[in-house]
Design a protein around this ligand. Structure first.
Ligand SMILES: Cc1ncc(COP(=O)(O)O)c(C=O)c1O
Length: 371
């Protein structure tokens, strides 16, 4: 008999499958939960502009039988103009998850180390684990920020890459342009520096680094951007890297031939051609974010000054039982115990009526007044 566990690669055997935040709808229905407010997954909940659905329908009608254009040239030209770089400095892939995997498979070997934060997006450690590289995880500062000084100090001869999430998921905090320059000036130039800016479209802090403008000075820099957060396009799976052409060339050797589907490319082009529709979405998020931060604080919980479309909320008590009770009311938040914060949750922002529902159920369970 074929023994899949025994025959699987060493890499597959040491991994665990991804566990989604949200139980599948069918299981929720079985448990008697029919209406669900999913604030556990970081998505864009502010509506889908018509320019996206029109572009997708037209592309499906005319071109579904054709493979996509492999290099996504038309899209890369628009992105190049937006970021003021050459189209050869851009690589598009099937979501940032895929880009992160590609960075790992292009640059990491088993003997390498990466340095990242301990409470951050898990995909960096995940790809290092798949390859068998070692991950050094640096705790956040007491105010939930990436500790760039400690990350720098943890680098050694084995360090192949550092992965920095800015703004950081799950804390929503940013590091400043000044902190980033200090890091880059002191980091050995042979260390690949990956800055994941998946949530950058929501940032309004003027201290946020303009990383793309630093590319000519730091050829070891890779900047990652997504269409899943600032744009309501997580279901399409499309993200990109901006870097020196030599880095992009190496990554293109490993990338699959047709990783980005036609509908995603068409929608991304439409999104870039209608920027005003997305500016509105981000303004709405900022308004909801400011209101919700105030409400959370008024309930007696701690939160960071998030620069994203989600909040890190310290409920100051173990959250796992609280989240179970919330789930029974159809409200799903992200448990941050596995990030080292057993009293904290991550709550995605969205329409006010969703936030109202989540906060009022939370207030009933924890017995605080709802503001
Ligand atoms: C920090 C960060 N990077 C990357 C991703 C993956 O984004 P994408 O949907 O483009 O694969 C996520 C998704 O949650 C994220 O939070």
């Amino acid at each position: 008999m074929f023994d899949a566990t025994e025959r699987a690669s060493i890499r597959a055997r040491r991994m665990e499958a991804y566990r989604p935040n949200m139980p599948p709808a069918s299981l929720l229905k079985e448990a008697g939960i029919h209406t669900v407010i999913d604030l556990a997954t970081n998505e864009n909940h502010y509506g889908i502009p018509e320019c996206l659905s029109e572009a997708i329908l037209a592309e499906a009608r005319d071109n579904l039988n054709h493979y996509p254009e492999s290099s996504c040239l038309d899209l890369r030209l628009l992105l190049a103009a937006k970021h003021n770089v050459a189209a050869e400095q851009i690589l598009v892939d099937n979501g940032l998850d895929a880009v992160i995997g590609l960075v790992g498979r292009t640059f990491l070997d088993e003997t390498d180390e990466i340095v990242t934060a301990s409470a951050t997006f898990p995909a960096y450690k995940n790809i290092a684990d798949i390859i068998g590289a070692t991950t050094i995880e640096i705790p956040l500062t007491s105010d939930y920020q990436l500790n760039l000084e400690a990350i720098l100090n943890a680098c050694n001869r084995k360090t192949k890459a550092i992965f920095l999430c800015n703004p950081n998921n799950p804390t929503g905090t940013i590091f400043s342009a000044l902190e980033f320059r200090q890091l880059m000036e002191n980091l050995p130039s042979q260390i690949l520096t990956v800055v994941d800016e998946a949530f950058a479209d929501f940032v309004d802090d003027p201290d946020f680094p303009d990383t793309v403008s630093l590319l000519p000075r730091y050829p070891n820099l890779v900047i990652l951007k997504s269409f899943s957060k600032g744009y309501p396009m997580a279901g399409l799976r499309i993200g990109y890297a901006i870097a020196d052409t030599e880095i992009i060339d190496m990554m293109m050797r490993i990338r699959e031939p047709f990783p980005v589907n036609r509908l995603a490319i068409a929608a991304a082009i439409a999104a870039l051609n209608h920027p005003q529709e997305f500016t509105q979405i981000r303004q709405e998020n900022k308004r909801i974010r400011e209101q919700t931060i105030d409400r959370i604080k008024a309930m007696g919980f701690d939160t960071t000054q998030s620069q994203t479309n989600f909040l890190f909320v310290d409920l100051k008590q173990p959250v796992t039982p609280v989240l179970k009770q919330l789930l029974s009311k159809g409200i799903v938040l992200r448990d941050l115990s596995s990030f080292g914060y057993p009293t904290a949750v991550r709550m995605c922002l969205g329409p006010k009526k969703w936030i109202d529902a989540a906060l009022s159920e939370l207030a009933k369970i924890i017995e605080t007044p709802t503001p």
